[in-house]
Design a binder for this molecule. Structure first.
Ligand SMILES: C[S@@+](CC[C@H](N)C(=O)[O-])C[C@H]1O[C@@H](n2cnc3c(N)ncnc32)[C@H](O)[C@@H]1O
Length: 270
C-alpha cells in the first residue's frame, strides 16, 4: 500500500464515488477467494469475537458486496446489509437473487439510515469498513438507535496504531520485526491505491482507490461510551499458524497485529 496524498475533509460523496469505482473488481476478486487475509485471518478472528449470531437480527454496516452478510445468513442470522456504494449494493443484490438467503440490502451511509427502525437489531457488525467511513462519530448514534438495548456492536478495523501512517517494515535476519509509523497524532486522511496481493490478475486491473480516515486508538474507543456503548472486549488478534502456512504473507502479523477488533454492548440501563 502506498500513500499518494493527504486530503483532509473527504466527504461521504467522494467515498461513495471511490467505492463505486472499486466495486466491480472488488466483488469479483473477493468472490474468487483472492483475499486470503479475510478468509484465513480477519473473518475467523472476528467471528470468534462477535460470538454466535445465529437466529439474531444482524446489521452488516459497510457490507460491501455482501460476503460477511452471506456468511452470517448461512449461519442462521436474519441479515440486513447497508453500504454507501450503490454499485456494491447492486452487486450484493444480484448475488442474493442468484442464491436467495433472505438478506435485505440498502444503499445508504451508516451515519444516516432512515429506512431502518429504532431497536431493530440484536447486533451490528462492521468488518474492515469503519476506517473507510468519513463520519465514525456520526455513525455511532445511528448504530445505537437501530440496536436493541443490550445488543452487540462488533467491529474490526486496520489496527490504528500500526497500519495508519504505515511507512514500511523493518527486517532482521530476513524476518519482519518492526513497522515504521508516521503522523500518528496528526490523524490525516490518506488516499491510497492497492490491490489484493494474492490476485493472479493484479497487474491487469486498476488498483482500488481508497481514503483511510486515520483515527487514533483514542478516536475509535473514546466515543463509544459517549453514545451508550459499554466495551466488553478488545482484541488484537494474530493469524493462526495454520493460516500462516496457507498464506505466508500473514506471518509478519504474528508479531504486530494487522487488525483491531472491538465488541461492545448498548448499555441496557443507561
Ligand atoms: C474495505 S470495504 C469492506 C466491505 C465489507 N465489509 C467486506 O468485508 O467485504 C469498505 C466498505 O465500506 C463502505 N463504506 C465506507 N463509508 C461508508 C459509510 N459511511 N456508510 C456505509 N458504508 C460505507 C465502502 O463503500 C466499502 O464497501
Amino acid at each position: 500500500m502506498s500513500a499518494l496524498d493527504e486530503r483532509p475533509g473527504t466527504s461521504d460523496d467522494e467515498v461513495r464515488r471511490l467505492w463505486d469505482g472499486n466495486a466491480e473488481v472488488w466483488a469479483r476478486q473477493v468472490r474468487a477467494g483472492y483475499d486470503p487475509f479475510r478468509d484465513l485471518y480477519h473473518h475467523p478472528t472476528f467471528f470468534e469475537l462477535a460470538g454466535d449470531l445465529s437466529g439474531r437480527d444482524v446489521l452488516d454496516a459497510g457490507c460491501g458486496e455482501g460476503r460477511t452478510a452471506r456468511i452470517l445468513a448461512r449461519q442462521g442470522a436474519r441479515v440486513t446489509g447497508v453500504d454507501i456504494s450503490e454499485r456494491m449494493i447492486e452487486l450484493a443484490g444480484a448475488e442474493e437473487e442468484r442464491e436467495p438467503l433472505g438478506i435485505r440490502y440498502e444503499a445508504a451511509s451508516i451515519a444516516k439510515m432512515p429506512m431502518l427502525g429504532d431497536d431493530s437489531f440484536d447486533a451490528v457488525v462492521a468488518i474492515m469498513a469503519l476506517m473507510d467511513c468519513a463520519d465514525y462519530e456520526g455513525a455511532l448514534p445511528e448504530i445505537a438507535r437501530v440496536l436493541r438495548p443490550g445488543g452487540t456492536f462488533a467491529y474490526m478495523i486496520c489496527h490504528p496504531c500500526f497500519m495508519h501512517g504505515h511507512l514500511g517494515w523493518g527486517k532482521q535476519d530476513g524476518k519482519h520485526i518492526a513497522i515504521r509509523v508516521a503522523n500518528y497524532l496528526d490523524e490525516p486522511e490518506t488516499r491510497s491505491r492497492w490491490t489484493f496481493a494474492a490476485a493472479p490478475d493484479r497487474d491487469e486491473v486498476e488498483p482500488f482507490e481508497v481514503v483511510y480516515f486515520n483515527r487514533m486508538l483514542a478516536g475509535y474507543l473514546n466515543p463509544l461510551p459517549r453514545h451508550g456503548f459499554v466495551i466488553e472486549e478488545i482484541a488484537e488478534p494474530a493469524p493462526s499458524d495454520e493460516a500462516c502456512r496457507a498464506e505466508p504473507r500473514l506471518r509478519k502479523y504474528q508479531g504486530i497485529p494487522h487488525v483491531l477488533a472491538v465488541r461492545a454492548i448498548l448499555d441496557p440501563a443507561p
